[in-house]
Design a protein around this ligand. Structure first.
Ligand code: NAP
Length: 548
């Protein structure tokens, strides 16, 4: 559905649409906020570049796209939605997630307040009126009291700038730009570049179908067993009584999930106890081995190495080919366990072991250029392909915002402000940009958390504030610069105390050349985050500057 912006709202001053809140992004954040704020009497408009609801799932239609948070963790806690929705698998496919979003839209009547196939190009704060002036790529202008860019953390793709990429005569697609009708890879030679969670899913899906597949791996993924399971409506009906408790527990778990690390350190256990501890987590599947592990896993390198060694012992026997074994699960860990996004596998190692699947390590022998017929690596070797799948990821967390010109007080530009480092107050606002809130964005729990949990907690905070401001006739909220500095320092101190900072992962800006290495996500867990934002709200929004 596409709604004409000119018919969107009755408040139309000089052809400019007026709103209380303009949100970018019709994913979980946009849908939840629209529903919540509209219910509180605010006039809300959601703008999205995609043709429909679903956020990142509108774009990530690559083969094998799947959620790796199990039912019912990756959904909103709105009762009329979860009570009326059934999934067919414990880890739903991307297309089923899109169907869920259509259900959300239908039940909550969301699309009537959404504008699709439209990109916001600029957002400028007007000091006199305390409003945001928002312009889109199709020439529309909107004015809004509040502005919420909620594009998620994967809104800017990484397209490698290989020389000759335009000369390749076969098909080349980024995972988040995969053709809607799919790509027929039968009898084709396929390259997959990248082994993040996306690459792993593409490989599992296309490896058994393609004539030949070559995986270009820069860094191995320490994949964990998914344990997929079919679900019937009856199974979910009987489980539904526990859903409120499960949704409540998401906010008590560090990652917004269903578990926390055990209250024991790795070497508190004997070797035998440790072995049985790890076996227990491994046998449960899911992220158990990572998130239900010892509490020192992510801070103590020796403890972390112990976990890695167990992982390698589990995975290496799955690979018969000795060369592939060394590349996919080396005895020496290339980075600590868990410092980059772990994927859940179903058949990944089995597929990688197939004779039609090859692997080219590109850490020290990178892809140099593309030709009409394929890929050339630094060693001069030419690899011929019909199809190239780029699973090369995203300029995570801050990348989406960089695509929009955001101007705050005195024309200060957000990108310029952050050119020496990202800074926010509580992952909710950045000083100098009044009435602009982030959801699932920079310095929130974001990429280190389960999306719906992070989104609900931040959106509820914003909704409470908007009601408070309306009641108190407050027209402007901004972050206090000193409080912002303190929070950003706290976040980076937390990050630096973990092993995350040792790795070049997207969590810390490490996957993009020239990007500052810093904590882009709140790393100290959702409960502590909830405590901090709740404390601020309870103390009349301590740390923020409010004015009438
Ligand atoms: P990613 O985690 O950033 O992985 C990108 C991969 O591409 C990495 O293996 C990277 O290697 C490689 N790469 C990048 N540039 C390269 C180059 N020039 N040559 C060779 N390799 C290159 O991206 P992603 O897999 O798309 O995942 C992004 C996020 O989406 C994840 O963090 C996850 O949260 C989300 N996701 C979720 C699901 C789900 O199940 N819900 C599924 C897929 C994705 P390096 O590691 O060496 O940089």
């Amino acid at each position: 559905m596409r709604i004409d912006i000119s018919t969107k709202n009755e408040s139309n001053v000089d052809g400019i649409q007026q709103f209380d809140v303009v949100i970018i992004g019709a994913g979980f954040s946009g849908c939840y906020l629209l529903h919540k704020l509209r219910g509180l009497g605010f006039k809300v408009c959601v703008i999205d570049a995609a043709p429909n609801v679903g956020g990142v799932w509108q774009w990530n239609r690559y083969p094998g796209a799947r959620v790796d948070s199990h039912v019912p963790l990756y959904e909103l806690s709105i009762p009329e939605i979860w009570k009326s929705w059934n999934w067919s698998q414990r880890y739903p496919s991307g297309s089923e997630v899109l169907a869920y979003f259509h259900h959300l839209d239908k039940e909550l009547d969301l699309a009537k307040d959404m504008i699709f196939e439209t990109k916001v190009t600029t957002a400028k704060f007007c000091d006199e009126n305390n409003t945001w002036s928002i312009t889109t790529d199709n020439g529309a202008n909107l004015v809004s009291t509040y502005f919420i860019p909620a594009m998620g953390f994967a809104a800017k793709r990484v397209f490698p700038n290989w020389q000759g990429i335009e000369h390749f005569k076969g098909e080349i697609h980024h995972s988040s730009f995969w053709p809607a009708d799919g790509v027929d890879v039968r009898d084709k030679r396929v390259a997959v570049v990248g082994t993040g969670s996306t690459g792993i899913q593409i490989i599992q899906e296309l490896g058994p179908i393609a004539k030949e597949m070559t995986v270009f791996q820069r860094t191995p993924n320490y994949c964990l067993p998914m344990h997929q399971q079919s679900l019937t409506p009856e199974m979910q009906e009987s489980a539904r009584a526990d859903y409120p408790a499960k949704f409540a527990f998401r906010l008590l778990s560090a990652g917004g999930y269903d578990a926390n690390p055990e209250d024991v350190n790795t070497f508190d256990h004997t070797a035998a106890e440790r072995r049985s501890f790890y076996e227990d987590k491994w046998s449960k599947g899911d992220f158990s081995f990572l998130i239900r592990s010892y509490k020192d896993l992510m801070v103590d390198p020796v403890a972390n190495r112990e976990a890695y060694d167990f992982w390698a012992q589990k995975v290496r026997p799955m690979l018969d080919d000795p060369e592939k074994r060394e590349i996919l699960a080396p005895l020496e860990p290339p980075h600590p366990f868990g410092t980059r996004r772990t994927a859940l596998f179903t058949t990944f190692y089995e597929v990688m072991d197939q004779p039609n699947v090859n692997i080219v390590p590109v850490k020290h022998n990178p892809i140099e250029c593309l030709t009409e017929t394929g890929i050339v690596t630094r060693d001069g070797k030419h690899h011929d392909f019909d199809v190239i799948a780029l699973a090369t990821g995203f300029d995570a967390v801050t990348g989406g915002l960089k695509q929009i010109t955001v101007e705050g007080i005195d024309g200060i530009n957000l990108n310029e402000k952050w050119s020496n480092g990202t800074s926010t107050l509580l992952g909710l606002m950045s000083a100098g940009f009044p009435n602009m809130f982030f959801v699932y964005g920079p310095q929130g729990p974001t990429a280190l958390s389960n999306g719906p949990a992070c989104i609900e907690i931040q959106s509820d905070w914003i909704a409470d504030y908007l009601v408070y401001a309306r009641d108190q006739k407050i027209t402007r909220i901004d972050a206090d610069p000193e409080s912002e500095q303190n929070f950003s320092k706290l976040l980076n101190d937390h990050t630096n105390q973990t092993l995350f900072i040792l790795d070049d992962s997207p969590y810390v800006g490490g996957n993009i050349d020239g990007k500052i290495r810093e904590g882009l996500n709140w790393i100290a867990g959702i409960p502590e985050y909830a405590r901090l934002i709740g404390k601020s709200a309870a103390n009349n929004y301590e740390g923020f500057k409010l004015s009438k």
